[in-house]
Design a protein around this ligand. Structure first.
Ligand code: F6R
Length: 234
């Protein structure tokens, strides 16, 4: 299940190939997408394939895992802004086909419900991309007593706030809440690709070789039928 690859570049290239094959096979598929530092190389590779006319995003639909509560789409640290700048603005995807939770929604419970219904209306996720938090989170499903099901508004743990502070002026500016797709929705994706850089080796091994527990949310992926983990050696 864990495929060890030489380095970040190789991980990004192999992942891009998996995405390219999936999109070519099913041009209107639903991609589940992630933000964070890890998938940037994959997105760059997808943009290169698009520019080389080896990939067409015209019919592709996307749903993202999560969004910070309280950040507008124009905020440079919002996940909408991230997706636009790293992928959507650089390929021929139709903007109406790209979906993220709305972190500015006035009622978070209503927004979570809307997001689940939207994912359902698309027929679920064909190919889900994941990163992994150093505490084992996927999406923003933090370690907990039970696995989440549908989309949830979550309080970010101090560990996650600390890990993400590098992208903000200081830890105080990191939003304390986020909206995250739930574990059940992720588990219903037909295929999952999880990317991890070398610094995530210990948590990846704990998640995929240790017991399945909501204390390590990614461990649930052991119960998924079609998961590829690409772990970079350096
Ligand atoms: C991002 C997300 C998170 C990240 C994880 C790893 O949409 O859902 O679970 O995948 O926090 O982030 P990086 O890649 O920055 O180490």
């Amino acid at each position: 299940m864990i495929q060890r690859v030489d380095n970040y570049e190789e991980m990004s290239r192999i992942a891009a190939k998996l995405f390219q094959v999936a999109i070519q096979k099913q041009p209107g598929l639903v991609l589940g997408l992630a933000t964070g530092t890890t998938p940037i190389g994959l997105y760059d590779n997808l943009v290169e394939l698009y520019r080389a006319r080896e990939l067409d995003f015209h019919f592709v639909r996307t749903v993202n895992l999560d969004e910070y509560v309280g950040l507008t789409a124009a905020h440079v640290q919002s996940y909408r802004y991230f997706m636009n700048t790293h992928l959507f603005d650089r390929v021929n995807i139709q903007r109406d086909n790209t979906h993220l939770p709305d972190g500015m929604a006035p009622d978070l419970a209503v927004e979570c419900k809307r997001y689940d219904e939207m994912v359902d209306s698309l027929g679920g996720i064909d190919l889900q991309l994941l990163g992994i938090g150093r505490n084992g989170h996927i999406g923003f499903n933090e370690p907990a007593d039970v696995f989440s099901t549908g989309t949830v508004a979550v309080d970010l743990t101090d560990d996650t706030i600390d890990a993400n502070a590098r992208l903000f002026a200081n830890a105080g500016e990191v939003p304390k809440k986020a909206i995250s797709m739930g574990i059940k929705t992720i588990m219903l994706a037909k295929k999952v690709v999880l990317l991890a850089t070398a610094d995530k080796k210990d948590i990846v091994e704990k998640a995929f070789l240790g017991p399945i527990t909501p204390r390590v949310p990614a461990s649930i992926l052991q119960a998924h039928q079609n998961v590829t983990v690409l772990l970079a050696k350096e």
